[in-house]
Design a protein around this ligand. Structure first.
Ligand SMILES: *Cc1c(COP(=O)(O)O)cnc(C)c1O
Length: 384
């Protein structure tokens, strides 16, 4: 039996991602350090090709973050002031931040009770003649119905953009997300399923013109040195990160499969407690960037998080406030009650630790601790 006073279940264990650190990773990084090719260059091109092959998409353009991937994708598609962009009220800040940064008008919709994903019926109802794009978010690793979203956009002449930051490797109906829309936007931040050792991102597109425009935009709008074709950004992927990403890409499907197994174990073990889960979709449609557990009230949620944390388990809340209730977006006029499902999830959901290397003992300990909370056992503060 595990010892509750010493046992810890951290949410991250990045060291486990480098099984060959001395023989493969460090020699490769050393080579890059000594080569002097640090920004873009052959190592980034190699990753871009590998990622395109992995996904089955024409083009990958690497950036310095997932946030910039969203900003530059909107820019490359010509979206700006006067354009409406529809997206969902429950996402990470960056999705909405990008729309507002471009001077476009965000139009939020709610998410579904079962899948926690953008409600496409509400998207259809929110679209107007000014709707220039829809950003769907494959939230927590679960894919949105990309075909239905694409059909909506096709009918009204809007661009479909996918925020794939949490869903690297996920599929919808057997097809990888981020491969059939105008732009798939990826983050390789440390916590993501495929991660650099710092910030990184990419946009994928089937369209060669969009990709060419993105390549200009990320590099000061330069077609060659000191020739600036358009107003650009400095948002380039670095060679050291690209090298790590290429190395890890081979393991991503295995890691995602391990995440799916952890999620299945949680579901099985926690069924019977007064909790519910994000609908998993068909096989391949969820890569469990996060494992969401829904409780019946904020009081229960907060109590369970405290209890798990007191036992050394890294339970966290993602996200405690939906986008329309964040102070940064107050100027948009969001009010409580506008998106009831997103608001309910923000107050009732918590995340259990999920990572590819989470062991059977960890899962046991998390599930036993959750059951213990619902059985009314609450250890004195500080005993954990
Ligand atoms: C992480 C994340 C981003 C932003 O990516 P960064 O690389 O951190 O800038 C955007 N959207 C979602 C849904 C994310 O989870």
């Amino acid at each position: 039996m595990t010892n509750p006073s010493k046992y810890r279940v951290p949410k991250y264990n990045y060291a486990d991602q480098f099984p060959d650190i001395d023989t493969v990773t460090l020699p490769a990084l050393r080579r890059i350090l000594l080569s002097g090719e640090y920004v873009l260059g052959p190592e980034v091109e190699r990753f871009e090709r590998s990622f395109s092959d992995y996904l089955g998409v024409g083009h990958t353009v690497g950036f310095n973050s997932g946030t910039d991937a969203l900003v530059l994708a909107l820019d490359a598609l010509g979206i700006g002031p006067g354009d409406e962009v529809v997206t969902v009220a429950n996402s990470f800040h960056a999705t909405l931040q990008a729309i507002v940064r471009l001077g476009a008008t965000p139009v939020l919709v709610d998410c579904g009770e079962q899948d926690f994903l953008i409600d496409l019926d509400q998207v259809a109802a929110a679209m107007t003649a000014r709707t220039k794009a829809v950003i769907v978010v494959h939230l927590f690793g679960r894919s949105v119905d990309v075909s239905a979203a694409a059909e909506l956009c096709r009918r009204s002449g809007a661009e479909l953009i996918e925020d794939c930051a949490q869903a690297t490797g996920a599929r919808f109906a057997g097809v990888r997300v981020g491969t059939t829309s105008a732009a798939g936007c990826w983050s390789f931040a440390p916590a993501k399923n495929l991660a650099a050792a710092g910030d990184g991102g990419a946009v994928t597109s089937a369209d060669a013109d969009t990709a060419a425009r993105l390549r200009l935009l990320r590099n000061f709008g330069q077609s060659r040195q000191n020739q600036h074709e358009l107003l650009g950004y400095n948002s380039r992927l670095d060679a050291l990160h690209a090298c790590l990403l290429t190395e890890k890409l081979d393991r991503l499907d295995r890691w995602n499969a391990a995440r799916v197994e952890v999620a299945a174990a949680y579901r099985e073990r926690l069924t019977g407690l007064p909790v519910s889960f994000q609908a998993p979709g068909a096989p391949g449609e969820h890569v469990y960037h996060l494992f969401q557990l829904r409780t019946e009230s904020q009081q229960v949620r907060d109590g369970l998080v405290d209890h798990l944390q007191s036992r050394g388990i890294d339970a966290v809340v993602r996200y405690p406030a939906p986008l329309h209730l964040q102070p940064a977006f107050a100027p948009l006029g969001g009010r409580a009650g506008a998106f009831p499902v997103a608001e309910a999830l923000a107050s009732q959901n918590l995340c259990l630790p999920i990572r590819p290397d989470l062991g059977a003992n960890d899962i046991d300990f998390v599930c036993e601790s959750a059951a213990e909370y619902f059985a009314g056992v609450r250890p004195a503060v500080g005993s954990g």
